[in-house]
Design a protein around this ligand. Structure first.
Ligand code: ADP
Ligand code: MG
Length: 481
């Protein structure tokens, strides 16, 4: 970015709500069924049928609102958003317009430099998804699959509070973490359960007025979001610095070319002719329902991270990593419960380190970890009681990951028990000293750096099994005499 311009970004995120049936019909929402097997007459927009609101979708929206500290509208209204498209047989999408169910709220985002800032939310409203046009496998034709038509969505709209592509990605990640954490959306981006439109503008630094924005549609990965925004910021600055002006328009991001291109401008944009849907009563939400939903909310990510810092003495960064998902936090706390509260740092280091690396390498989620919390705790206990060193423990962990048994079984079978018998260690040390008279003389003449060499030799002869603290102490004593 060239100096003097400030980017401004606001996101609209569509989260597919995790209900079993659709928002206005009883048809199933399961992903991947054969085309048009999960679309009933309501989804197909037949004349004479009436939508019936899914109470579970409302509960999930309320759950989200409470989690971000928003106000829940006691009365909100469904509206028809009218447009023509082959995958929208009714000719309108049922959404919420003037009176959305969730209003306001905010979320804290953390940045790479450790600082954090607050992003305000404008609203979150309930709406139905449209169907899908299929272009593959049809020659000169398009197929229409209406399985997705009527799937419940929560559209989450932020204020234009983000100032960089990184902040926008951090915010999208936070929302993704939250919707999965509170169980309202599976967050699966490949299947389209979580997708994002990015509104981007730039303005002269210091200006308080918003510049003209463009909207980049349908970004379905954090990386694409960041890339698309970076490209768009550069493009807009280029246009403005060349004396041009930004046209308010909808753009598409092309990941292959890493650029955005115009899809339609505001002039050609549809006039949606919103009006309240006469088939649906206003949505009324009682205090009792709100209280009921509130009572089922889990401890939220920030609160849980803060508790881990306060109770277990973890660093803030460690706690943030451990609360990336509820499943991971549960895993960590199960390890901690089994290995004992005195070993929180050890547990955190292993979960964020060795375990995370193994999951990453095998592209597995925590729920599919090949070493469960109890088993990992079994390994950490052997580090804590000095049966094995941290280094040998990594070898044991790999064997556990490969399914070779518990930590104790592997330690016994492979003879990995640490040597803590000082007379055995002394024998080895004597051997090393006798074999390296030159180095011993140099060390004694003041070349302290050689100490590491002796430790290395002892470890080599003990196949890494010498207790490191003891080896150090005994070596120092023997070399000094
Ligand atoms: P629409 O529904 O037409 O897309 P909204 O006014 O609801 O328009 O805004 C949608 C999103 O665009 C919001 O997230 C908002 O924060 C963001 N936004 C609005 N104006 C700007 C701007 N000038 N620059 C960047 N983002 C903006
Ligand atoms: Mg929009």
């Amino acid at each position: 970015m060239s100096g003097g311009w400030e980017p401004v970004i606001g996101l609209e995120i569509h989260a597919q709500l995790a209900t079993r049936s659709k928002i206005f019909s009883g048809a199933a929402t399961a992903y991947g069924a054969a085309p048009n097997t999960q679309a009933c007459l309501v989804d197909l927009g037949y004349p004479g049928v009436l939508p019936v609101l899914n109470a579970e979708a409302v509960r999930l929206a309320v759950r989200f609102g409470l989690a971000i500290g928003a106000s829940i509208a006691s009365r909100s209204v469904f509206a028809r958003k009218n447009y023509f498209y082959p995958d929208l047989p009714k000719g309108y999408q049922i959404s919420q317009y003037e009176l959305p169910v969730v209003q306001g709220g905010s979320l804290r985002i953390e940045l790479d430099d450790g600082s954090s800032r607050t992003v305000r939310l404008t609203r979150a409203h309930l709406e139905e998804d449209a169907g899908k046009s299929l272009h593959e496998n049809f020659h000169g034709l398009s197929g229409i699959d209406l399985n997705r038509a009527g799937t419940p969505l929560l559209e989450i709209v932020s204020e234009p509070d983000m100032r960089s592509a990184k902040e926008a990605a951090a915010y999208m990640r936070r929302i993704h973490q939250l919707v999965r954490w509170i169980g309202i959306c599976d967050g699966n981006m490949q299947e389209g359960s979580f997708r994002c439109d990015a509104n981007v503008s730039v303005r002269p630094a210091g200006s308080t007025q918003l510049g003209t924005r463009t909207e980049i549609k349908n970004l379905n990965s954090f990386r694409f979001l960041e890339r698309a925004i970076l490209f768009e910021i550069d493009r807009q600055i280029g246009v403005l610095e060349d004396g041009g002006r930004i046209v308010q328009e909808t753009r598409l991001y092309d990941p292959d070319r890493d650029q955005t291109r115009s899809m339609r401008s505001k002039e050609e944009a549809n006039d949606y002719r919103y009006f309240p849907d006469p088939d649906l009563l206003p949505l009324e939400i009682s205090e009792a329902l709100i209280a009921e939903v509130r009572a089922t909310l889990p401890e939220l990510p920030d609160a849980r991270a803060q508790r881990l810092v306060a109770e277990a003495g973890l660093g803030a960064g460690e706690a943030t990593l451990l609360t990336a998902s509820r499943e991971l936090a549960d895993y960590f706390e199960a390890v901690l419960a089994a290995v004992g509260p005195g070993h929180a740092r050890l547990a955190a280091t292993w979960v964020n380190g060795e375990l995370a690396a193994a999951l990453n390498r095998d592209a597995l989620g925590i729920e599919a970890a090949r070493v469960d919390a109890q088993a990992l705790a079994g390994l950490l206990a052997r580090i804590a009681d000095q049966t094995i060193s941290g280094k040998i423990a990594k070898e044991v962990f790999e064997a556990m990951w490969a399914g070779e048994g518990s930590a104790d079984q592997i330690i016994d079978r492979k003879g990995l028990r640490q040597i803590t018998d000082s007379s055995a260690l002394e024998q080895v040390i004597d051997q090393v000293i006798a074999a390296n008279p030159g180095q011993v003389a140099e060390y004694r003449a003041g070349k302290d750096k050689l100490f590491g060499f002796f430790v290395g030799q002892v470890m080599k002869l003990t196949a890494g099994k010498g207790n490191p603290a003891q080896v150090n102490e005994l070596l120092r004593r023997k070399l000094a005499s």
